[in-house]
Design a protein around this ligand. Sequence first.
Ligand code: FES
Length: 188
Amino acid sequence: MSAMLPRTRSSWGGATAQVQQTPSRETKHQSGDRRFEMLDASMKRQKYAPDSLIEIMHTAQELFGRLAPDILHYVARALKLPPSRVYGVATFYHLFSFTPPGRHTCVVCTGTACYVKGADAMLARLEQSLGVVAGHTSDDGEVSVSVARCLGACGLAPIVVFDGQVAAHQTIDAALARVEPWGRHGPR
Ligand code: FES
């Protein structure tokens, strides 16, 4: 598995207050961004249960690529939780990210089927090649590496998603060849 690094803290300051002020569960985001509708559907499926907070934040991160402050506020309001609690959970777990994804993205599936076919070794080599640890974006903003739970296509394991495109039955050599043009972005 990848190394667990200390989280980079981000501030609630600068949050874009785009959430409507009406205290309704059926939240609507003023931006009109359809991803919020998908997030709403996910929260509705979970019956807005506070116990589902981690699952819901996972969905939010998969939809938006990161947990920006306005997204955390949105979730807190929908679940009727104090924003401080939502923020606390988001900062506690290293799988959540506050930083925008890089220009290039590499998502390694580490679900069971991919894991038994060498996903961990592949992730380690990709991290080494790119100089970026999973869950992080390079300082120059060029490359993000992350892991996913099962992507739902286990018959294609192991899977890596490069810049949004699914690559099936990946080998380490094939994966390294895909990111080679991206260059190295971290310390050697
Ligand atoms: S475990 Fe990777 S797609 Fe299911």
